[in-house]
Write a protein that binds this ligand. Sequence first.
Ligand SMILES: Cc1ncc(COP(=O)(O)O)c(C=O)c1O
Length: 371
Amino acid sequence: MSSSSIPAVDFAALWADIGPQALEAVARMGESGWYVLGTEVEQFERDLAAAHGVEHAIGCASGLDAIEIGLRAAGIGPGDEVLTTPLTAFATALAIARAGATPRFADVDEFGLLDLDAVERAIERHPAIRAVVPVHLYGHAVDGARLQQLAEAHDVAILEDAAQAVLARSDGRPVGADTIGAATSFYPTKNLGALGDGGALLTNRPEIAAAARELRDYGQRAKYEHVRLGLNSRLDELHAAILRTAVLPRLVAATDRRRVIATRYLAELDNEQLIVPGVPQGSASVWHLFPVFVVDADQRDAFQAYLREQQIGTAVHYPILASAQEAWDAPEPPSAYPVADRLARTELSLPIHPYLSDEDLTRVIAACNAW
Ligand SMILES: Cc1ncc(COP(=O)(O)O)c(C=O)c1O
């Protein structure tokens, strides 16, 4: 019975909610006769920057591009090594390679976030590391004060991957506010999801914002004046229009709902076969995902199948470490990063989205506890 299925992400409910306003936005954009880099993008960038709590937002074609553009705006390129986490979407590491740099990896902590002690040791051992890309995985904020301390002590650029963490704060500070910046994604499943691809660089640094605006637009400073070898990575007016008036105005309430759901999971999940890690110190998490970790790695797939039988949708983030992907010339064995390896083999993301009802949440919790 489809009426009793609980999807991991509910696009039908999303469209039922935003559809009329999205169609209005499409009509507004269409009637404007201006489809690339116009007033919709400009206004959306202003609204997004204000909502997140930074000075500048630069709309791009994807989160992948926003990371590449942020790194290149900071002067990172060929010959540089960039340290990141193996437990992330492949896009994080791919963006480093696309910027011309070489990705290097360090292990994660029990929350799945980059282990900043391991980062510091790696920076001390490898002087070619000129930047670090921490990932605010699952919507948890990596420790911002520690990131700043690393940047200052070791002269490395920090570009944060906030694809899953728009509005997240570390000790009250918006992620990306005190570093080079943060790249976010508008991929449809994300907290601020578009009806297609998109992303943005969020930053407080005017020189990074200016460079990013050039890089996303063929490296143009003014029309037909190319000062860098850039990309075509502009957020479409169409997506900006829909995001601005149909999606962004709902983001605070949607994030609050995610937090209510997470609070119930944290209080009510009770099964010795499941590890529920909670929230990292100082993180005002936005709960893009709600990860649990199965004690016995061999049982993870059985747990997922059990929930599927009860029509409860889940997903694994991520089954293969970014460092182990065969796209690299020399993929590293998963065992190179033991904590990330264990988390990748035991993680399952439970449904957490703003349209999840209290009744459905009760059903998910009961199913998990009965397993
Ligand atoms: C952590 C992380 N980084 C980067 C990306 C890439 O974003 P996009 O799909 O917009 O390119 C994603 C999402 O797919 C992500 O979850």
